[in-house]
Every structure is written in C-alpha cells, then in structure tokens.
Design a protein around this ligand. Structure first.
Ligand SMILES: [Zn+2]
Length: 101
C-alpha cells in the first residue's frame, strides 16, 4: 500500500461512492471506495466511466510501484482498464505477501 496508508482519501473516492461494487458480495460488500472504482475500471464496466485524470493515474502508478515485484514504469502507457487491473494485481500480491489471505 502507499505510504498514505489504508483508509486515506484517494482520488477515486468520489467516483467509487457512485458505483455499485462488482466484487460479487452485493449488499455484504465491504470494499473501500477505491477498490470499487478499481474493479469497475478493471472490468470494463457496462456503465461508461470517465477517463482517469492525471492525478488518478498517478495514484494508480504509486499503488503499483509501492508493491514489491511491481514496476510502475511498466504501466506508464497502459489503458485505464489495464492500469486498474495492475493495481488490483498489486494489492492481491501485497495481501498474499503479508499473509492476509
Ligand atoms: Zn465490493
């Protein structure tokens, strides 16, 4: 995770609050807003999403770069969808490394 810490505001919170999460847990979903937003981008949501602005893309790259084995340079030119997938992959690896799974 970034040095900002878990639960810190992200540039995706406003957007995330408008999305229904696609994790599959429905009303039981406890995903942070940033995760709901990442899942929406990663899945190529049926609802068109606004293109990520540079602040949002930077935040994604920070998240990716903060996880060992992931290099933000690999994603400088990724589409929003691929960027979001890379963030979710990085989070998954991070959680696995820390034994959270
Ligand atoms: Zn969810």
């Amino acid at each position: 995770m970034s040095s900002a810490g878990i639960g810190a505001p992200t540039p995706f919170d406003t957007l995330g609050a408008t999305l229904s999460c696609q994790c599959g847990y429905g009303d039981l979903c406890v995903c942070p807003l940033k995760e709901a937003a990442m899942r929406a981008y990663a899945s190529g949501s049926r609802t068109p999403l606004p293109a990520m602005n540079s602040e949002q893309r930077d935040w994604c790259l920070e998240e990716i770069g903060s996880v060992e084995g992931h290099d933000r340079k690999d994603h400088d030119y990724s589409t929003d969808q691929h960027l979001a997938r890379a963030v979710l992959n990085a989070w998954t690896d991070y959680a696995r490394d820390k034994g959270l799974y």
